[in-house]
Design a protein around this ligand. Structure first.
Ligand code: ZN
Length: 207
């Protein structure tokens, strides 16, 4: 390691502690679907994460399992306006009212689901997510969606800081690079003491 420590082009991914099976009580668990919006997922979107579309059938299955056991479901919805300061960092995206802003139809929210419009990466910042999680009295959050290392990680981090038990399945999140995907899983499982699994199939909800 050189001092100052500047990473080389190639770094080893530290050990990630994948759980082989996670069982969660449905009444104490919420599914949080982060930013699965057309701009991030669908061809023609302004900020597409190429692997996000591949997570759609996986997340449909997870959402189906959650609904079957009557679990709470919350969505974050990245929401920006004209001249939004985030457009200095990213191309304009998820402008309120546009097609790109809409949640993908494959994961369409149900009437009873919570939708949390958010203006920054963290799903808790400036939103009513925390209020409703408290009202629901849930302790565990299964967090999926995109972009893994940005809005998923900031939301998972923010949940971890509030002492929620965070569970992130690797095949339920999508990043722009393999490094970013690994970084997300490493930070969630190590720094925020959450649980990560290789697949949504490793997570079971029980009534
Ligand atoms: Zn944004």
């Amino acid at each position: 390691m050189a001092v100052p420590f500047i990473p080389a082009q190639q770094v080893d991914v530290p050990e990630i502690n994948f759980q082989s099976a996670v069982t969660l009580p449905a009444a104490k668990t919420a599914l949080v679907i982060v930013d699965m919006q057309n701009d991030f997922v669908k061809e023609g979107g302004s900020l597409v994460v190429p692997t996000a579309v591949e997570t759609l059938p996986i997340l449909q299955s997870l959402l189906g399992s959650a609904r079957t056991v009557g679990m709470r479901v919350a969505y974050t919805q990245d929401t920006h306006f004209a001249d939004d300061p985030e457009y200095k960092i990213w191309p304009p995206h998820c402008k309120q009212g546009t097609w790109g802003w809409e949640i993908v139809e494959e994961l369409a929210p149900a009437a009873e689901d919570l939708i949390c419009p958010k203006s920054r990466y963290d799903g808790f910042y400036g939103t009513w997510l925390e209020h409703h999680l408290k009202v629901w009295q849930v302790e565990n959050l299964v967090i999926v969606g995109t972009v893994a290392s940005i809005c998923v990680l900031h939301t998972a981090a923010s949940a971890g800081l509030r002492w929620y038990n965070v569970v992130v399945p690797a095949d339920g999140v999508s990043a722009l690079t393999e490094f970013d995907q690994a970084l997300t899983l490493r930070q969630v499982s190590w720094l925020y003491t959450g649980m990560v699994t290789r697949s949504v199939a490793d997570i079971e909800f029980v009534s």
